[in-house]
Ligand binder design. Structure first.
Ligand code: AMP
Length: 544
């Protein structure tokens, strides 16, 4: 089993060393977009891909890019260029390319607005194989003569629709004019608007078109399944999953994760929280897999945490709950997964956790299944208590129906002379509640993730975990301030990872930024003298 599990990637034509890197990351098989785009790009063709975040599109272009440009060799010019709309994405994509490219020792450099030019110039001078850039900063560097793109063999336009939406059309044209004619180009976009078609016609050569395959599943044939989704920030996911499991109280559940590593980690965390959970993935021996499955079938384990590969072809009659710990990479995968519940006329439940940025994927699934997946708020502590009390109520009703109460009447008789009978009954109910195992009393509510508010752009939608404080800065929309400027300034001046920066709200004359409370003083201090485009930020802690 172990030796063959990454045949999926190898059969796409990928180099063994790259397949090895994917193995280390715990990827078991290619996603739909990877299966389509990788062979086409490896064969040297241009590709026009329609795919949103969460489909695995980064690997779909990064792996072929790495293979086509080859191993790192000293003193070679930049050979791969990836253009992305935001600083966030630049860092994310650069990190992914770095991880996938480890066996080739590929040097990757992200360049983006907001960070000091000097720093990025120095890094550029040290040399890079691949540059991941936002269009504004890339053009700035080209104009300064600091970014030589004459050796670029492989160009990626990632989230091209976003780049156009953000007004980067002119920058894109100018950058593309600075690239060699003979090169390979991949363009990825979540939508295929006419503007994207025009861009494609101008800059791609006879591209292979790839979309997430949507064959096979016919709408309307789905079993009876209650579908629900929760939007939660990554740091809150495990707590949200635990809360949902407590409320749903599944008889048997499969929780799907993307990678083997995630499966192992999540199963461990669930066990640590007292759930009967076991991992199932392609890295286990056949014997281990059989044992886990047997225990699951015999209801000795309630929760199976699994990858798609491991769960495929399982002959498990029925599970009461399917949980997507991440949004599945394609509607097909979603339909396939949730098909494991709601069998044999019984109602099943399909729960999907999504991060705010993955909502487009959810809508894509809804579009495909022609069913709405309602977004609900994660159950509160209050809900949990209500559920417990409901359970106590049913057990009291069951005891009444069972009878055999005679020998307890004496207790009631003796106490009733002194106490109110209602109080007596309530005390008995309290005892019944306390003898049930379950939620500890120190549970806290899980913060909701803000839903996008269209009218208040520009806003950066992002939530962070833990205690959050807000920083006020005296610049806003009137000063042409953009979220990326603030993220850049904070990351640069206060060395805060952009992942730790929460929502950014830009109003006309001021802006608010969410940061971890523990760091707020330090960040304010670091920003005190910072300027953006010649204007002082005037940062202070927002007291409201
Ligand atoms: P992307 O759509 O590129 O943002 O990728 C979404 C997530 O899926 C990232 O966390 C990747 O690490 C992960 N991922 C990409 N391809 C695979 C794969 N074949 N198997 C498992 N996870 C993957």
């Amino acid at each position: 089993m172990e030796a063959t599990q990454n045949d999926g990637f190898a059969s796409l034509g990928l180099d063994n060393a790259l397949v090895g890197a994917l193995n280390t990351l715990g990827y078991e098989e290619p996603t739909g977009i990877q299966r389509e785009a990788i062979p086409a790009l490896l064969s040297g063709r241009d590709v026009l891909g329609q795919a949103a975040t969460g489909t695995g599109k980064t690997a779909a272009f990064a792996l072929p890019l790495l293979q086509r440009i080859g191993r790192h060799e000293g003193d070679r010019p930049i050979r791969g260029l990836i253009l992305v709309p935001t600083r966030e994405l630049a860092m994310q994509v650069a990190e992914a390319v770095h991880r996938y490219g480890k066996p080739f020792e590929t040097r990757v450099l992200p360049i983006f607005g907001g960070q000091s030019i000097g720093l990025q110039l120095r890094s550029l001078r040290r040399g890079a194989d691949v540059v991941v850039a936002t269009p504004g900063r890339a053009l700035d560097f080209i104009n300064r003569g600091a970014l030589d793109l004459s050796g670029v063999e492989f160009l990626v336009l990632d989230e091209a629709d976003e780049m156009l939406d953000m007004g980067f059309a002119d920058e894109l044209d100018a950058i593309l004019a600075a690239l060699p004619e003979h090169r390979q180009t991949a363009l990825f976009s979540a939508t295929m608007a006419p503007r994207i078609r025009a861009l494609t016609k101008k800059h791609l050569h006879d591209p292979v078109q790839v979309t997430i395959p949507t064959e096979r599943t016919k709408p309307g044939t789905a079993p009876r399944i209650r579908e629900v989704s929760y939007i939660v920030a990554r740091p809150q996911k495990i707590a949200a999953l635990a809360r949902v499991l407590d409320i749903e109280d599944p008889a048997s559940a499969i929780v799907f994760c993307r990678t083997r590593t995630e499966v192992d980690e999540l199963a461990d965390m669930l066990v640590a929280r007292g759930y009967e959970a076991e991992p199932l993935h392609g890295g286990l021996s056949q014997e281990q897999r059989d044992r886990v499955l047997r225990r699951f079938r015999e209801s000795k384990v309630t929760i199976l945490v699994a990858t798609d590969v491991a769960a495929r072809g399982l002959d498990i009659e029925h599970v009461s709950h399917v949980v997507n710990y991440d949004v599945p990479s394609s509607p097909d995968v979603y339909v396939h997964r949730i098909g494991r519940t709601g069998r044999a006329g019984r109602e099943g439940v399909a729960v999907t956790f999504a991060e705010a940025r993955e909502q487009r994927l959810l809508r894509n699934i809804e579009h495909h299944t022609k069913r709405k997946i309602p977004v609900e708020s994660v159950p509160t502590v209050h809900d949990l208590r209500a559920k417990r009390l409901e359970a106590v109520r049913s057990s009291i009703e069951a005891a009444l129906a069972d009878g055999g109460l005679e020998r307890y009447r004496a207790i009631v008789d003796s106490l009733a002379t002194e106490y109110d009978v209602y109080d007596l009954a309530a005390a008995a109910a309290k005892l019944a509640d306390q003898t049930r195992d379950g939620a500890p009393e120190d549970e806290v509510d899980i913060p909701a993730v803000a839903q996008p508010r269209e009218s208040r752009a520009p806003k950066r939608e992002r939530t962070i975990g833990g205690d959050v404080s807000r920083i006020y800065v005296g610049l806003g929309r009137r000063d042409n301030l953009r979220p990326a400027d603030l993220v850049g300034a904070i990351a640069n001046e206060a060395s805060l990872n952009s992942r730790d920066i929460g929502a950014i709200d830009i109003a006309d004359r001021f802006s608010l930024i969410e940061v971890p409370s523990a760091q707020v003083e330090r960040i304010v201090k670091a920003l005190r003298h910072t300027e953006i485009r010649g204007k002082k930020l005037g940062a202070r802690r927002d007291r409201k």
